[in-house]
Design a protein around this ligand. Structure first.
Ligand SMILES: Cc1cc2nc3c(=O)[nH]c(=O)nc-3n(C[C@H](O)[C@H](O)[C@H](O)COP(=O)(O)O)c2cc1C
Length: 379
């Protein structure tokens, strides 16, 4: 039977590549398909995961995803919470609630990684504080997200003191330890998409004169400290990853100004940390990271960090997803909108069942699970 260079038959992508098991650190994954982290603002008012959330996460494991990265979970009761009804992992009652989620995923044969998120200056709903905090007192670009109950411009944050920075680092570490105790299979430090760690990394957003600002080494210092603190809290065996991006929820088109030199520096620094994987995200994962030609961000991560790479960005295009694996640009891939459309996307793909287009109404007017259930009932 004729096969093309991707090993596919009849011109169909060799989707079986997505179902080859893979090891990420100490974690054995049944396949290469991950659910991308997605904030769903469906926790109770105390930031505890709910039964509905447990059912939601379990459905992805039942649907054949090898691993699920949770929505961004806030890490302290100071400045980290980004959204009202966002879940946290800061105390025993929140940890107990997450244990039910992790147990459900495990019972269905899946794996689950907790994404640890500090919203920083992009916080638009935090009952713990009346103002926001970030690297410098610069109003973030863009507008608050209405699907998460925000409106209008972001407030100008207060520049964090070194004590507040130390407390934020401590929050990540404590939350990672709680995640391990709650039965998660790993943690992912959210260093992407414009949230606190990315704010520190970003020129023009971080104007600090101290050791957390200035050149690239200064601006990535907070991420480095967080990863080291998380690793020392959880020990050597527990999976720890970092998510990294150029684009931001409040600035989709942002690019690292130094192009590939910046990529080499940032990804090289991450590669020297005690990490098990990097999660790269771009709008379309296969596009050149800079300009019209050249390597994708995922490929650059593999080149400069030499770590397993989880690639994200429009990879419900299964031909592109397979290509990234075949080309060695990524080791596994994550789906956001594809997973929202079909919690059983992997099972459907394998059975060659129809795969629908993502419908933004699923997340509108509010991006929570109740809205999605109404959308599904009406479909
Ligand atoms: C509703 C929704 C919520 C999201 N929340 C998060 C989040 O909490 N953390 C994060 O790193 N990315 C978040 N993202 C970004 C996704 O992880 C992913 O990068 C994005 O959807 C692009 O992937 P896709 O093309 O497969 O949808 C969110 C995306 C969506 C659609």
């Amino acid at each position: 039977m004729a096969r093309d260079e991707m090993g596919s038959r009849h011109g169909q992508p060799a989707v079986e590549r997505l179902f080859v098991p893979v090891r990420v650190g100490s974690l054995a994954l049944a396949n290469r398909l991950a659910v991308a982290p997605m904030t769903r603002v469906s926790a109770d008012q105390h930031g505890r995961a709910t039964r509905r959330m447990a059912d939601y996460y379990r459905s992805f494991a039942e649907g054949g995803f090898g691993v699920i990265v949770t929505e961004g979970i806030y890490t302290d009761t100071a400045f980290s919470q980004g959204y009202l009804f966002q879940p946290g992992l800061t105390d025993a009652s929140q940890a107990d609630a997450w244990r039910a989620v992790a147990d459900g995923v495990h019972q269905a044969g899946g794996r689950i990684i907790a994404q640890l998120m500090h919203a920083g200056a992009l916080s638009q709903g935090n009952p713990h504080r009346s103002h926001t905090a970030g690297p410098s007192a610069i109003r973030p670009k863009g507008a608050q997200m209405t699907v998460y109950r925000g409106s209008g411009a972001y407030p100008v944050p207060v520049a964090m003191t070194t004590d507040e920075i130390a407390a934020a680092v401590e929050g990540f570490a404590r939350t990672a330890l709680l995640a391990k105790a709650a039965g998660f299979d790993g943690v992912e430090v959210h260093g992407a998409n414009g949230y606190l760690l990315d704010q520190f990394l970003t020129e023009g957003v971080n104007l600090r004169q101290d050791s957390y600002g200035g050149d690239g080494d200064g601006r990535i210092r907070l991420t480095v400290e967080v990863v080291r603190a998380v690793r020392s809290a959880v020990g050597g065996e527990f999976v720890v990853g970092v998510r990294i991006s150029q684009g931001k929820v409040n600035d989709f088109v942002h690019k690292w100004s130094g192009g590939e030199d910046d990529a080499a520096a940032i990804l090289g620094t991450l590669g020297r940390l005690p990490l098990d994987y990097l999660h790269t995200t771009e709008f379309e994962a296969w596009r050149p990271a800079f300009g019209a030609a050249g390597a994708s961000l995922a490929a650059l991560a593999k080149r400069y960090a030499q770590l397993p790479v989880l690639a994200n960005g429009s990879l419900h295009d299964r031909k592109r997803a397979v290509e990234l694996l075949v080309n060695g640009e990524a080791d596994f891939i994550s789906l956001g909108r594809g997973a929202l459309t079909h919690a059983d996307w992997p099972t459907r793909l394998r059975a060659a069942s129809p795969l629908a287009e993502f419908d933004p109404a699923l997340l509108s007017p509010i991006a929570d699970l109740a809205n999605a259930e109404r959308w599904r009932a009406a479909a």
